[in-house]
Write a protein that binds this ligand. Structure first.
Ligand SMILES: [Zn+2]
Length: 341
């Protein structure tokens, strides 16, 4: 089985531009977890993969969108801004809730850092701050507020705009609320945050949660076209945080608020503290991702056998052949239709 699998991987089917090793950690130890349909064909091929890294546990769309495609997507005229309203309708995490409810997301560090009464000079950066609602609340509480947001400029009527993450210790708190799933290289970003953090500073991370996929079943939230291109289990996030010098202050809550009193298991939300020295990590971080896909498909009757067996490269060959047949059939139908009219 292992030989068949690696044979298929190397000979049978590949998409140009596929990751040979994943840039987030440089590991060449990748495995396939699922097929995915590519929005744009690459040299005539429309079947890509969801792959996972054995070393850090990260799951990602393979191939990844190019840097140019991502830059376009998050530019002021790009699709991201247009789709924003539908993307995350329950944006209470961005501080849209009235009053002080926004501060609840920082409850795990309340005893160390009070976000509602920070010390003089306390500085916060919201990476991907959107229109700046959370920064508004933080500023009202006394914070010096900084934001990074390529897609829109509203936030910077009130807050200081940054083009890049500073490479000197600057912030007591960094917020990356639904950011990591959009980036192909979360480890680089977490390391940039670590360089920009004052000693003992905190980072807040929230991402769609992969390990609870069998429970919440919102696959398209976890991995979504060119938008959500990396996916996270708790063990994976622990590894990435540790490698960047961040120690989680507590395990993530099982359920989080979705706004208007609704609760969800689909978010992985954690606060971590900047520390020097070794941070303990789970030994086999890729297992949780495998279990998530297994659990999800266990409730699916129609999964083709090749995919059930994990032979995704052969499954891709079949999917492409099926697609070609369907295309031919539709061409024949179209030309017959034209003939009759
Ligand atoms: Zn990795």
């Amino acid at each position: 089985m292992v030989i068949l699998r690696s044979l298929a991987q190397s000979l049978v089917y590949r998409v140009p531009g596929e990751c040979e090793h994943y840039p987030a950690c440089g590991s060449p130890r990748l495995h396939d977890l699922d097929l995915r349909v590519l929005r744009h064909p690459v040299e005539g091929r429309r079947t890509g993969f969801v792959s996972g890294c054995e070393t850090c546990g990260l799951v990602f769309s393979n191939p990844q969108p190019s840097a140019a495609e991502l830059a376009q997507l998050y530019s002021p005229g790009g699709d991201w801004r247009h789709g924003r309203a539908e993307e995350e309708p329950a944006a209470d995490e961005r501080g849209k809730e009235r009053g002080t409810a926004w501060a609840r997301m920082f409850d795990p560090i309340r005893s160390t850092l009070s976000v509602r009464s920070p010390h003089p000079g306390a500085a916060v950066m919201d990476f991907g701050c959107g229109p700046g609602k959370l920064l508004d609340s933080l500023q009202d509480s006394g914070w010096s507020t900084f934001g990074i947001e390529p897609a829109m400029g509203q936030a910077f009527r009130r807050h200081q705009r940054l083009e890049v993450v500073p490479d000197v210790p600057t912030f007591d708190l960094i917020v990356a609320n639904h950011v990591l799933e959009h980036t192909p290289d979360p480890l680089r970003l977490l390391r940039q945050f670590a360089a920009a953090s004052r000693p003992g500073g905190f980072v807040f991370i929230s991402v769609p949660r992969l390990d609870t996929l069998p429970q919440h079943r919102d696959y398209k939230y976890v991995l979504k076209g060119h938008v959500h291109i990396t996916a996270y289990t708790w063990p994976c996030l622990q590894v990435l945080l540790a490698r960047a010098g961040w120690s989680p202050v507590a395990p993530p809550p099982e359920v989080t608020s979705k706004g208007r009193g609704r609760r969800t298991r689909s978010k992985l939300r954690v606060l971590a503290r900047r520390v020097d020295g070794e941070i303990a990590v789970p030994p086999r971080p890729a297992q949780a991702a495998r279990a998530a896909f297994r659990g999800y498909y266990a409730q699916h009757d129609g999964r083709p056998m090749l995919e059930r067996m994990g032979l995704f490269r052969f499954a891709a060959v079949r999917a492409e052949a099926r697609r070609r047949r369907a295309r031919r059939a539709s061409k024949i139908r179209t030309s017959e239709g034209v003939g009759q009219s």
